[in-house]
Design a protein around this ligand. Structure first.
Ligand code: F6R
Length: 606
């Protein structure tokens, strides 16, 4: 994970670095630091959020060259020593790094034999000292030093380096971790994502894996491939006019994002499904879809949950087999993907390392890839043949809410498109009409937030929760449990209702409440039996029920009533009370709702 920002040119660097760090904080927020070069190199770092670092910085740094970093710890606890930038033992180099060096212990042992010692617990310091060692051997030639070092390491990296003896120069490179270089008439920017620098420029270079770029304030910019061969800079133009989001009117981004859902869904449901992109032979997705025999859906976390809903919808209404895979498992288990398979990669950020790698594997196997993405211009946006955007706006809260429901809407609309191609007209009208009506129903769930907050107060000090759902609402149970875990640090498990008997029922007692999703008609009767089994063991049950479901109300301890909607869109309604429940429990327990501990919005390391 981690965010990298840097600049060299004629502008003062302080505000560029701070502004970039704040924009990149979604990638990690356990410590931050900057290194500047204004004749000599200076490093300032701090554990904690970027704001803590800003408090430490002088008002003026009087420097036009610098690099900075916001960290999500992989090696070593969040501390000032482990924070980036790191400085090499000789003091010649300073570096920021995103990624993981897998053979760091072996390299560290090798360098210790050469007389190096280490002050941090990080793999970054090991990589930096390896470059430093080679730099010494190559007479201070950073290109040669990096080429020689990269031959010795395994892992992923995006990094930017300052050299003590080369003021005004930043050297950057990447392998399997995102990095972009921006340029304008004043100089060169480097960043983990385009939005960290898009206020300054519309000209960008996306380095390929292993590329090394040397950006020098005085000498200009040069790019080299992984063999040290000079290469042309491929400049892409994007004019991005992005307003910084705020949560005015709400206490937290997560709360705002939950309440934005009806509007987002209404806009999607009332527009035409737009599919971007083409294959390298110029074919559109509409041309390809009729020939699709098999679909694989890839994702992580919440995006994997929406993928499960996509599977249920597509298999039921289109009758094409769909596999849903954790991207992290798929990429390492030698999966069967054949030319012509459709692979759908779902990701809010478009930057999740495992999803990017799994998608790449599918591409190499000849699959057609479709990204369902929120962030445009992200790595997955560039790495997929086709894209369906969520159009949900920036999602800032670390716990995904509006992206999840937008993913379900877009998967439903894709189902409808596929169903049309298979001649299943009733599915199309059912999905379209239900989606158009859902936003109103969602509003009334949100209007009931007070009641959900009361239930959060009643149950919010339990240490464990079970979430149950079946069919289309099994993923809802998974998602409800994940939200509670993430932001309130309570242990919660999501299970398909019937599976409870195969183990989890042993956990049930008065202090282990269960949240049951009882809103879809298809599984209601079976779920009622599951509730009875819990009640027979003195378990407490909170049920999400349709507003007219009196018999369920009599059976359980507490209910959250939602409007009755067709089963096909029931996951969209049922998840909202669970998002609110997690939100209010987190508040009750004094947790940081938008930036929960140990997490980052974008998981850019595997
Ligand atoms: C949960 C959450 C994560 C993400 C996961 C994938 O609230 O946000 O589980 O869903 O890290 O992220 P994306 O969708 O950006 O690939």
């Amino acid at each position: 994970m981690c965010g990298i920002i840097g600049y060299t040119g004629s502008r003062q660097v302080r505000d560029i670095l701070i502004d970039g760090l704040l924009k990149l904080e979604y990638r990690g927020y356990d410590s931050a630091g900057i290194a500047i070069h204004n004749g000599s190199m200076r490093v300032i770092k701090s554990p904690g959020k970027v704001s803590k670092l800003v408090d430490l910085l002088p008002r003026s740094l009087d420097s036009t060259t610098g690099i900075a970093h916001t960290r999500w710890a992989t090696h070593g606890e969040p501390s000032e020593i482990n924070a980036h930038p790191h400085t090499s033992g000789s003091g010649r180099l300073a570096m920021v790094h995103n990624g993981i060096i897998e053979n760091a212990p072996e390299i560290e042992a090798y360098l210790k034999e050469k007389g190096y010692s280490f002050i941090s617990e990080t793999d970054t310091e090991v990589l930096l000292n390896l470059i430093d060692y080679e730099y010494g051997l190559c007479g201070g030639d950073i290109l040669k030093a990096m080429l020689r070092s990269f031959k010795k390491i395994d892992g992923s990296y995006a990094l930017a380096i300052l050299e003590k003896d080369r003021p005004g120069r930043i050297t950057l490179c990447r392998k399997d971790s995102p990095l972009v270089m921006g340029m304008d008439d004043t100089g060169y920017f480097v960043a983990s994502d385009i939005y960290a620098v898009s206020d300054y420029t519309g000209r960008f270079v996306f380095p390929d894996n292993d590329d090394i770029i040397i950006a020098d304030n005085n000498l200009g910019v040069k790019a080299y491939d992984g063999n040290g061969k000079k290469k042309e800079l491929k400049i892409s133009h994007y004019n991005i006019n992005k307003k910084s989001p705020d949560h005015s009117g709400y206490n937290h981004y997560m709360q705002k994002e939950i309440f934005e859902q009806p509007q987002i869904i209404s806009e999607l449901a009332n527009s035409v499904l737009s599919i971007n992109g083409q294959t390298k032979h110029g074919r559109s997705l509409a041309e390809i879809l009729p020939g699709i025999r098999r679909i694989t859906i890839l994702g992580c976390g919440t995006s994997w949950h929406s993928g499960l809903i996509g599977k249920y919808l597509i298999e039921k209404h289109v009758r094409i087999p769909v596999n849903v895979e954790y991207a992290s498992e798929f990429r390492y288990r030698d999966p069967v993907i054949e030319t012509g398979d459709l692979v759908i990669s779902i990701s809010q950020s478009g930057e999740t390392a495992d999803t990017i790698a799994a998608n790449k594997l599918a591409l190499e196997a000849g699959a057609i890839t479709l990204g369902i993405l929120n962030v445009k211009n992200s790595t997955l946006d560039r790495d997929t043949h086709f894209q369906i955007y969520l159009e949900a706006g920036d999602e800032i809260g670390v716990a995904s809410t509006k992206a999840y429901t937008a993913q379900i809407v877009q998967l439903s609309r894709l189902t409808s498109l596929l169903a049309g191609m298979k001649g299943n007209g009733s599915a199309i009208s059912n999905i379209s009409q239900s989606l158009r009506d859902i936003s109103q129903s969602m509003q009334s769930v949100l209007a009931n937030a007070e009641k959900i907050s009361e239930l959060a107060s009643k149950y919010g000090f339990s240490n464990n929760f079970l979430f149950l759902g079946r069919g289309l609402n099994f993923p809802t149970a998974l998602e409800g449990a994940l939200k509670l875990k993430e932001i309130s640090y309570i242990h919660a498990e999501g299970y398909p209702g019937a599976e409870m008997k195969h183990g989890p029922i042993a956990l049930i007692d008065f202090n282990f409440p269960t949240l049951v999703v009882l809103t879809d008609q298809e599984s209601r009767a079976k779920m009622m039996s599951n509730i009875k089994e819990i009640k027979a063991r003195n378990g407490r049950v909170i049920a999400i029920i349709n507003e007219d479901d009196e018999s369920a109300e009599q059976l359980v301890d507490d209910v959250i009533k939602v409007p009755s909607v067709p089963d096909i869109v029931s996951p969209l309604i049922s998840v909202v009370p669970l998002q609110l429940f997690a939100y209010y429990v987190a508040l009750l327990r004094g947790c940081n709702v938008d930036q929960p501990r140990n997490l980052a919005k974008s998981v850019t390391v595997e």
